[in-house]
Design a protein around this ligand. Structure first.
Ligand code: PLP
Length: 398
């Protein structure tokens, strides 16, 4: 064997041996997605979709096709979808855009204590502009009650933003009931469906929402692409001003390769979504059963059943999440403690704090999120590795 082959094989083996359990943070782009993006990075497909010539029109066709795919998936009109740079931008655009454009209706925004930072930080920014924000509590499972939404609504409420399922603990919210309450009051409902679109049926009619956020990299698509659904007729100020792309909603030359990849990721997702979610639910339940049987004191955070198919969030009271994560990483397992975007800093999670978990559970929480590539063998191996780490750390402590 040549040296090059040795090195390459060794590298591949090392990579293959790693176990990736952080699919809520991001997913590996599928080969079909990469292939769908490639033409628009090449000398033949680089055109600007706003250009009238053939090069531009080729790019425009791929944008239109992606619009069609997303509209078909969500059951909405083509013109109700705008492409963005990701979930963060879609959340920002929804909150800021609706509150600014509807000042004549009122200045009150309702959100929850378990939203992604893209919503909570935007709500705080709106407060600095003079808007009033109510942050709803959750129960010990991370569920928002429709009654708490009803109680918080006032004549001044313009928008309510409640995520479809939480990115840390996976709890699925009773969105349809919340939508009914919100609409009975004449307000609008936004949901961040970034974590659910890849795993649950997500249609505008079933959820009853007026605005909905998606992100491509959570569904095996590229990073830097997202979408915002806005119900036709809803007034919204754009965040970005300029050339008026995306029907005046989001100026800036579209990220054609990423949008092509996003469209392909959605096309690939839909036919197998229900079956894959069933597989993941069974694998996740097996994972939890094995963890509970092998690790004394392990506890499950979030709702026991009403949670995302791929999500396990556990605590190991008495141990420290950062130490656990680093030990898992050294043993070849990628996991997370809080939400991806904050996982660089291991502060107690605001989501788990809002659920009222005691400090030892806050400090030792791990998120393990499964995906398309996750196998039973990987689950078994992870249980074995984590049980070994816990035993070693517990001995060191005692
Ligand atoms: N919303 C939720 C629920 C998320 O989990 C994330 C990413 O972690 C985002 C929004 C941000 O999406 P993006 O990374 O595409 O900006």
């Amino acid at each position: 064997m040549t040296l090059t082959r040795l090195v390459v094989t060794g590298y591949n083996n090392r990579m293959d041996a790693r176990i990736y359990l952080d699919h809520a943070a991001t997913t590996p782009p599928s080969p079909e997605v990469r292939a769908a993006m490639e033409p628009y990075l090449s000398p033949d497909g680089f055109g600007n979709p706003s250009s009238l010539h053939a090069d531009g029109q080729r790019a425009k066709r791929v944008l239109d096709a992606a619009h069609d795919t997303l509209a078909g998936a969500l059951g909405c009109q083509f013109s109700e979808i705008s492409f963005t740079s990701g979930g963060t931008e879609s959340d920002n655009a929804a909150l800021v855009g609706v509150m600014l454009a509807n000042k004549s209706r009122g200045s009150h925004l309702i959100t929850t204590a378990i939203e992604h930072e893209a919503v909570t930080e935007t709500a705080q920014f709106l407060e600095t502009l003079g808007f009033r924000v109510t942050t709803l509590p959750v129960d010990e499972f991370g569920t928002v009650s429709p009654q708490s939404v009803a109680d918080a609504l006032t004549d001044e409420t313009v928008l309510v933003s409640v995520m479809h399922a939480n990115n840390e603990v996976g709890t699925i919210q009773p969105l349809r009931e919340i939508a009914d309450v919100v609409h009975a009051h004449g307000a609008y409902l936004h949901t961040d469906a970034v974590q659910t679109f890849g795993q649950l049926p997500v249609t505008i009619d079933a959820l009853g929402v007026d605005l909905l956020t998606l992100s491509a990299h959570k569904i095996y698509g590229p990073k830097g692409a997202g979408a915002l659904y806005v119900r036709s007729g809803l007034a919204m100020e754009p965040l970005l001003h300029g050339g008026g792309q995306e029907r005046q909603r989001r100026s800036g030359t579209e990220n054609v390769p990423a949008i092509a990849g996003f469209g392909e990721a959605v096309r690939l997702l839909l036919p197998g979504r229900a079956a894959e979610s069933q597989r993941l639910t069974a694998l996740r339940d097996y994972f939890w059963t094995e963890l509970a049987a092998s690790i004394p004191g392990v506890v499950l955070n979030g709702h026991p059943t009403n949670r995302l198919p791929n999500n396990l969030n556990i605590s190991l009271p008495g141990l420290d999440a950062e130490t656990l994560l680093l030990s898992l990483d050294r043993a070849g397992v990628s996991a997370s403690s809080g939400s991806a975007c904050t996982s660089g800093s291991i502060e107690p999670s605001p989501v788990l704090t809002a659920m009222g978990l005691p400090e030892p559970r806050l400090k030792s929480a791990l998120r393990l999120t499964l995906g398309r590539g996750t196998t039973r063998e990987e689950v078994d191996r992870t249980v074995e590795i984590l049980a070994g780490i816990v035993e070693r750390l517990s001995c060191v402590k005692n």
